[in-house]
Design a protein around this ligand. Sequence first.
Ligand SMILES: Cc1ncc(COP(=O)(O)O)c(C=O)c1O
Length: 434
Amino acid sequence: MHSPLLDDQLNIWHPYTNISKDNPLFLVDSASGGELTLSNGKKLIDGMSSWWAVIHGYNHPDLNQAAKSQIDKVSHVMFGSLTHEPAIKLAQNLLNLTSTNNQQDFDRVFFSDSGSVSVEVAIKMAIQYWFAQGHPEKSKLLTIRNGYHGDTFAAMSVTDPDNGMHSMFKGILAEQYFAEIPVYGSDIEWKDEYIHSIKTQIEKHHTTIAAVILEPLVQGAGGMKFYHPEYLRQIRQLCDEHNLLLIFDEIATGFGRTGSLFAYQAAQTIPDILCLGKALTGGYMTLAATLANKKVVSGIHADSKGGKAGGVLMHGPTFMANPLACAVANQSLELLKENQWQTQVKAIKHQMLTELSALSSNKLVEEVRVKGAIGVVEMKESVDFNWIVPRFVELGVWIRPFDKLIYIMPPYIIKPEQLSKLTQAIHQVISEMS
Ligand SMILES: Cc1ncc(COP(=O)(O)O)c(C=O)c1O
C-alpha cells in the first residue's frame, strides 16, 4: 500500500535528522488554533509553536485573509528597482514598534528570507561598516558560548563551536572569538564577575572585532538558558568604550515570547543591529528582517566616495521582501498591537510556573525554569528522543525535546485546559522515565 511516510523517508531530508525507520515522523493534515491534526485524525495540542513562530495559532482568520487578499494582487515581484505597499508598510511598522520614547531605535530595514540569512546580513553590515570607516582589520565577531544563530556559514561561525550542531565544520568556518556564558538561571542575582570573560576578550581583541553578537536574555536552541539583563547593559557600555558594534539576534525572543515585545526593550539596551524572524509573520511564511541604526546606515553609505562597495549594502536575495509574507506580517503586527499578547503571555507564564514547578524536586530533573511563554524542564541526562516524542503523541501533545531539555513555548492563544494537557504530559513522561 502507498505510504506517504515511506515516500517522505525515501525522498526528503528533515532538519538534523537521520533517515531511518526508528525516527518518529508524523503526517500533519491540518492545524487550527493551538492544535495540529494528523492524517490519522489524531489531534495534538501544540507545545512548540512550530519553533517559536506560530504565536497567534494556526489557521488564523485574519492572517488567512491577509494572504488571500495579497495573492489576488501580486504574490511576488523582484525588489530590485521595484517596491510595493506591503514592504513599505512593514518597514514603517517595524521601525515604529522598535522605538523608545517615540524615538526610533533603528533607521532602516533589510528584508530577507530566513533568520539565518538575516544574521548573515547583520554580520555583513558590521563588516561593511568598519570597511567604510577605513578599518578592514575589524572583521571578526565576538559572542558567548552556547549560542545559536542559524545554519548558514557566517551564522554557524558564531554558534557554539563545541556544544552546537556544527562542530564538524570547525576549521572550515571563519574563526570568531567566544567568551564564557554568564551564569544563568531563572532568578539569578547579578554579580560583576559574570562580565569578566567577555570583558577580557573585548579588551584583548577589540582592534580586530567588528561586532559583538548575542541572543538577548534567552539563549534558544543552544540550551534554553536565561541570563541577566545587566549583562547586556554592561556589554553595551564596553562596546561603546572599545568601538564595537552590538548585534542582537531576536529571531527567537522577538514579538513577545519573553514577556516584553523585544528582549532588548526589557534589558533597556539598544543594539546597533537587530535581527528578527520566526514570529514576524505569525509563523505563516518565511520572512526575516535586519534593522540597523543611523550610525550603521550612514557609516555604510559614507563609503560612496571610492570605497569598494560604493556605499551600498552588498546583499539582495531573489525573494527579498516577498509581498505575501510582508502582507501577513503586517496583519500579525496588527494582532500584536491589540495587545492581548501581554495578558496571554503572563497567564501562560503563571500557569507553567504553577504546573511545572513541582518537577524541580524530581531526582531526574536538574532545573525547572520559566520566562514569559517559555517553560523548560532541564533533565540531568539526555532524553531518549525516539521514545519520548511518540509517547508525547500518544498522550495527545506535540512536544519535541532536544538533548536534556523538555521545553514548551505554546502559541499565545493556547487555552488553559490545553496548556494543562501539555504540562500533564510532561509530568507523565517523567514519571514513566523514573
Ligand atoms: C536565535 C536564532 N537565530 C537564528 C536562527 C535561524 O533562523 P532560521 O531557522 O529561520 O534560519 C534561529 C532558529 O532557530 C534562532 O533561534
